[in-house]
Design a protein around this ligand. Sequence first.
Ligand code: UDP
Ligand code: MG
Length: 314
Amino acid sequence: MQPEAERQSPYLSVVIPVFNEEENLVELHARLATTLNRQDYAWEVIYVDDGSRDRSWEILEGLNQRDEHVRLVRFNRNYGQHMAVFAGFERVRGQVVATLDADLQNPPEDVPMLVARLEEGYDVVGGWRQFRQDSWLRKLPSRIVNIVTSKVVGVELKDYGCMLRAYRREVVDAMSACQETSSFIPALANTYANKVLEIPVGHSQRHAGQSKYSLLKLFRLHFDLMTGFSVLPIQLVSLMGSIVALVGLAFGLFLFARRIIVGPEVEGVFTLFAILFVFVGLQILGVGLIGEYVGRIYREVRRRPRFVVRETRD
Ligand code: UDP
Ligand code: MG
């Protein structure tokens, strides 16, 4: 038994989003508890049930009854992994906050290592899945996202997608204060952190069950990430538009000169069609991006609650 005071304010809070993970929870918690009980600080874990439709909640309730380190939050439906983590962030009591996935892809044994590095004076310590155990279909988009996001957000990170991370409480509180409807936590953290460190962590295959991300869900998440953190995409489109227009003008002048010197060209009509399609494509892309920003403004302006908590257990 821990002393009462210690239980009131743990040093470390772990936040874990849970969506249909019934086969993983018992082992996950066993491994996490074994690891953290060996540390000389008090800890708590907040499991956020993101509207699971399997037995996840019952299993979590069982853990909550057996282990006083366990606190629970339950959504009334599925709002997505990042919203679940935000709900956990709003309730953390520790000075240091760690997040990881519930499917045992991130080894719980790595948490103390992240926390230790945080104590060296970093604000965020991110895990970097050095030997990532996912299909190339998952890894390729991630690689592109990592490169582009590093440029856009302005902080070079090898792995934006890894949720095995540790944060100083100030950073977490700043993130909680954002209240944005769609957000990407690792990128958001970097806008509030002064010193960011990235260290290699383990990564395994999913313990049980299937990935909760379809390709479409993944695409939307990454698109949110790009537009949520900068207006660079829209500026790039404008720049591209100007360049394309200039090239088009030059090409028109060339055709005009050719007509005077060589005579009219008829065969080249379809080339022009091709070029036209490029223009049209670019325009649509531009309009789509503008729409994305306007949509974002609309969502933020409405100020709707981001998620609904059905119940909590302490
Ligand atoms: N998750 C969630 N809500 C969702 C999707 C996922 O809370 O709508 C949780 C899931 O239970 C897991 C973590 O987020 O703990 C990562 O999900 P998953 O393993 O499916 O993603 P992947 O590893 O395939 O990127
Ligand atoms: Mg996973």
